[in-house]
Structure formats: C-alpha cells, structure tokens
Design a protein around this ligand. Structure first.
Ligand code: FMN
Length: 315
C-alpha cells in the first residue's frame, strides 16, 4: 500500500503470521529502498515480500534498481501489480530464486501471467480498494473462474476483512487472501488517527470508483477529494486537472496530517465490515480462528443433514 506499507508496518504484518508486503514505489532511491529492506529484516525473522508497481506513474519508476536490492538482500517474495511483468525483470527474479506473484483484475491477465512464468496470481475483485481495473468483476466470480482455468496457486483479494471472507475465498478455490482495507484499521498502520476514526464510521456505501475516464479505475474512500475527482470526470475536465487532485503528494500529506478531505485514499467496500482498530496480530489471529470455527460448524451441519437424510430414506 503506497505511502503506508513501509518497513515497520510490513514487519508487523509478518510478525502477525501473515506475509507483509512493502511498497517499493515509496522509496525514491535504490539506497533508501535497501535501508528499508534491512529495517524489515531487523524487525522480523519471518518471510516478507516487496511489491513492484507496474502501473503507469507520474514519477517514472525504474524497477530494475529495486530488483538489484531484492536479489542482493535475498527478499524471498515479490508481488507485481499493474501491467504484466516485463520478461527480463521476471527472468532476473526467477533466476535469483524469488517467488513472484502477480496481482491482476481479470482471468485473461491471470492466464497471460501464468504463461510468462509467475509462481502465483492474486485475483483482485472489484469490491476491493485500489486499482480495480475496468472490468468490474467481483471476487465471488473472478476467483473461481481463475481457479478453473489456471494451474498455479490463486490468491483472492477484494472485499475480504474477516474470517467469513477468508473461508469464502478458500471455498472458491483460493490458496490464500490479500488484505488491504482491513489493514488500514490496525494499530500499527501508520496513518493519522483522524483517518482511522473516519474510516471506522464508513459503511460499504462510502467508496467510489474514480479515474475510469483515464482507464485506470481506482476504488477510493468517498471523501471530498474523491467526490471532486468524480465531478471533474463527469465534466470531462482536463486530465491534468484530475491528476492534480489524485497526486500522491496530497495523499501522503493527508495520511500524516489527518486532514481527511485533502487527498484520495484507496479503500474497498469491506470498510463497512470493520468497526475497531486493533493490533494487526489480533486481526489475523481472529480471522483464522473465525474461518476455522465456521468451517467446523458447516461440516457439523453437513453431517447432521446427512444423518437426517439417511433417517428419512430409511423411513
Ligand atoms: C490504502 C490502499 C493502498 C493501496 N495501494 C496499493 C498499491 O500501491 N499497489 C497495489 O498493487 N495495490 C494497492 N492496494 C490494493 C491492495 O494491495 C489490495 O489488493 C486490496 O486492498 C484488496 O482489497 P480490499 O481493500 O478489499 O482488502 C491498496 C489498497 C489500499 C486500501
């Protein structure tokens, strides 16, 4: 999560038993990225990953520089998102033994990622927060579709915030889930308290897909900045004016100064499922416990149903 998933938060997530993924695009030099990787290392002995952004960006990103560090410092997992990873970048990562998972929003993109040799894909449904693409296909449909046609592991992202969502994703055939919105409301998440309080009040109705006019749809929290973008798009405003509202610097400032309407923040519909700020370890532990309890309950119901069925047929 750009401007959010720095070294401390990444390590906290890995220490909680999940796989923390640091956003490389937050670091504007190879050396600052290397220091961040070393900082994660010193704060956790658990595996962690790095995201390489392949989205179009106002500030050009040279991912090859991040890959140097990933290989030199032995980062075990890379998540790519946005466009398909370039062949040379993927080849370098694979030759270095790095597991690569590609996040995408359609089955077609997932198939093409599989074809070029990624190890896993994350299918990102349209209820999620962030760049959900132009297809508008929900997690409930896109994950089983991907599972049916791929032979590499599939992770589910979009709309998952508790054990019910985790278990549902596993039932759809996913091997695991990717969380974004839920992690915003954790104690360790380095965003201003004002934002956490405002997001806690938000419901599933308080997100807005914006930037469709630029073919780069982003599901955002419906604050004044997102509403302004939607209005500019409806008026067919100059793309540069639209981009000035979504500029990363405004978001970065909002995250640290707590002026909740100053910038655009990615946010998924699952924000409506979250009503407390907790340590990330509690979120992850409860999610897993709840999924196990529900699976158990369903299994017991299944047996009961089987028993009833048997009794009826023997009558
Ligand atoms: C605040 C925020 C920032 C995000 N930033 C990025 C990003 O920089 N790159 C990326 O690939 N995905 C980003 N995402 C998407 C998440 O990695 C994840 O795929 C998504 O949040 C899952 O859906 P959910 O929000 O319903 O959990 C972001 C999501 C949020 C909520």
């Amino acid at each position: 999560m750009m401007h959010i998933s720095g070294p401390e938060f990444t390590a906290a997530i890995s220490n909680a038993g999940a796989l923390g993924i640091m956003a490389s695009a937050m670091f504007d030099s190879q050396e600052s990225f290397r220091q961040a990787v070393l900082q994660v290392r010193s704060a956790t002995d658990q595996p962690f990953g790095v995201n390489l952004s392949l989205f179009p960006a106002l500030r050009p990103i040279d991912n090859a520089l991040y890959v140097d560090v990933i290989l030199e410092e032995g980062v075990p997992v890379v998540e790519t998102s946005g466009h398909r990873p370039p062949a040379d970048l993927l080849a370098r990562l694979k030759a270095g033994g790095v597991k690569v998972m590609h996040k995408c929003v359609s089955v077609r993109h997932a198939m093409s990622a599989q074809r070029i040799g990624v190890d896993a894909v994350t299918i990102f449904g349209s209820e999620g927060g962030g760049h959900i693409g132009e297809f508008g296909i929900s997690t409930l449909v896109s994950v089983p579709r991907a599972v049916d046609v791929l032979n590499i592991p599939v992770l589910a992202a979009g709309g998952i915030a508790d054990g019910r969502g985790l278990l549902a994703a596993l039932a759809l055939g996913a091997e695991g889930v990717t969380l974004g919105t839920r992690l915003l409301l954790t104690r360790e998440c380095p965003i201003h308290e004002n934002l956490k309080q405002a997001l806690m009040q938000a419901t599933e109705l308080d997100t807005l897909p914006i930037l469709g006019s630029l073919h780069n749809t982003l599901r955002a929290w419906k604050n004044a900045a997102a509403i302004r973008v939607a209005k500019l798009e409806a008026e067919s405003a100059d793309p540069m004016e639209i981009l000035s509202v979504v500029a990363g610097i405004a978001t970065k400032q909002m995250l640290s100064n707590g002026n909740v309407d100053a910038g655009v923040l990615a946010c998924g519909q699952a924000v409506g499922l979250i009503d407390q700020v907790e340590p990330v370890a509690d979120v992850i532990t409860r999610m897993v416990t709840q999924a196990v309890e529900i699976a158990d309950r369903i299994a017991r119901k299944g047996t009961l149903y089987g028993d009833v069925h048997q009794t009826q047929s023997s009558i």
